[in-house]
Design a protein around this ligand. Structure first.
Ligand SMILES: *Cc1c(COP(=O)(O)O)cnc(C)c1O
Length: 501
């Protein structure tokens, strides 16, 4: 029997794994969730002897049951290869009493690579399986990290095109360089004269533009999404939690029956939701520690049971976590509402009309697995500096939010004995300016590439290929458009006739 996926807003909308991956979002605006979470039936002992790729197969076959073994193994082998700069794929580093799970060894040196390296292969396989004849056009708006990881994942993947819109003046210089130098004959990168919200709104309009969909279909194209609400991104993220538990168990760090705490720097709630699913599958995980920056909407939610996005949007030094609507939280809400689509849909309607909702005490009682806290910019910088001075290990700003929150958790709860894994979501080389500035203010005068070289020297780590690549790379994408020109721009890229004036 195939595992089925059901919408969080409509019990009647069901899909197989491959259909859910193709659709991305359910038709009613809900998110697809597995009808039942599978139980991991391989022991940690067996898993401890497996490579990352073998572990990925054991986990993913439980969720993507309409993929054949051959298909799944092919997707995994194509994703987790020499694009990663270490054979371990997700290595573990010990520093100052914690274990750092480094998820930044892929092509774009952020954790988005863990899922976006495999999503294109899953999507192409899903398209074949469902007899989709059209070429798949991935359309994405990005504030920096997702766009580049999606570009790298989809570049030159047959049967796909990818179009990325980014705010021309709203990303870091390194992030922009990474995107505009992207190779691949199927890639398009467009700067818009506007902010991320406008890019995002424009993309959503294109997704629901029926006339455009019809024209595209006639020309052999259809849109799909690489957004983090796609279960094709969520499932690959469960793999590294299984991998790290098996590894710690194999190394004798955790004994039979011993559990670990996980600290996850959180924005859209995708990464920590994968950890929650891993726990439900039977992994030895104690607390899920949800670390936020000054956009502390999740911290407030865990403390009060009220989710309220009506507040100022703060630009922080951990920009990939600057978010006020954590989309994947909906999957958790659905679950604590007793898998009741109607109850969940009512809360989500309240969120879109009033910007807030409140859960019942009975629902809140089911959140005991979670602990939430936050760290501000100064605490984050202070954490980077202190860890470097104590151990020589350099972490990025997002990871530092997690480390700072771990500190608060230990003070708050007195739980200092539980072994802890801190999820490291970006390479410090991606945010050199904030990282080096935190270590010593005299670095503020250096250029971005001088900073990378200095970070390499003091941190005793090679400058990653992702940075070397852009040092002298040619700019290949210089298209700029207004927020009202996105439709025309997409049509031009796809070779469709321009609209009449
Ligand atoms: C996207 C991102 C996050 C947040 O992950 P979510 O799954 O959205 O919670 C944290 N750190 C970095 C570096 C990211 O790129």
């Amino acid at each position: 029997m195939d595992m089925m996926y059901v919408s969080t807003r409509d019990a009647g909308e069901k899909a197989t794994a491959s259909q859910a991956i193709l659709k991305g979002l359910a038709a009613d605006g809900g998110l697809f969730v597995p009808e039942q979470l599978p139980v991991l039936d391989v022991s940690l002992k067996e898993l401890a002897g497996m490579t990352y790729q073998q572990t990925a197969y054991e986990v993913m076959k439980k969720f993507l049951t309409d993929f054949t073994e051959e298909e799944l193994r092919h997707c995994i082998a194509s994703a987790y290869d020499s694009k990663f700069d270490t054979e371990e794929i997700a290595p573990l580093t010990r520093a100052d009493g914690a274990y750092y799970l480094e998820l930044f060894h892929g092509a774009t040196i952020a954790f988005k690579d863990m899922a976006l390296s495999i999503l294109p292969h899953l999507l192409v396989t899903a398209a074949k399986k469902n007899h989709v004849k059209n070429e798949i056009v991935i359309l994405t708006a990005t504030s920096g990290d997702t766009g580049k990881a999606a570009l790298a994942g989809f570049a030159d993947v047959p049967g796909t095109k990818i179009i990325v819109f980014y705010p021309r003046d709203g990303v870091s210089p390194i992030q922009k360089l990474q995107m505009v130098t992207q190779k691949g004959s199927n890639t398009s990168v467009i700067g818009i004269r506007g902010n991320f919200d406008q890019a995002q709104t424009g993309v959503k309009q294109l997704f629901s533009d029926a006339a455009l969909a019809k024209e595209m279909d006639a020309a052999g194209f259809q849109f799909s999404s690489a957004n983090s609400i796609n279960i094709g991104r969520l499932v690959p993220q469960i793999v590294y939690y299984v991998y790290v538990c098996a590894k710690l168990s194999g190394q004798g760090v955790i004994k039979d029956g011993e559990k670990i705490n996980l600290v996850v720097p959180t924005g859209n709630f995708g990464n920590i939701l994968a950890a929650f699913y891993a726990k439900q599958m039977g992994l030895p995980i104690a607390k899920l520690i949800c670390a936020s920056n000054e956009n502390r909407v999740l911290y407030d939610f865990f403390s009060t049971g009220v989710y309220d996005k009506n507040r100022e949007f703060v630009l922080t030094n951990s920009p990939s976590m600057d978010i006020l609507i954590s989309s994947n939280l909906e999957r958790l809400i659905y679950r604590i509402a007793g898998n009741d689509a109607e109850r969940n849909a009512a809360l989500m309607r309240a969120l879109s009309t009033n910007g807030k909702y409140e859960i019942t005490p009975e629902m809140k009682a089911q959140l005991n697995d979670f602990y939430g806290n936050y760290a501000d910019g100064d605490e984050t910088a202070g954490t980077i500096r202190a860890l470097y001075e104590k151990t020589g290990y350099i972490i990025d700003t997002h990871t530092a939010v997690a480390t700072a929150v771990w500190e608060k958790y230990r003070k708050d709860t007195g739980d200092t004995a539980t072994k802890t894994v801190i999820v490291s979501t970006a390479s410090p080389f991606k945010f050199t300016r904030s990282v080096m500035g935190a270590i010593d203010s005299r670095y503020n005068a250096m250029s971005d590439f001088e900073l990378a070289d200095e970070l390499s020297r003091i941190g005793n780590r090679k400058v990653p290929a992702a940075i070397e690549e852009i040092r002298n790379a040619a700019v290949l994408h210089d298209t700029v458009c207004g927020t009202d020109e996105m439709r025309q721009t997409v049509k031009k890229i796809l070779g469709l006739p321009a609209d009449e004036a």
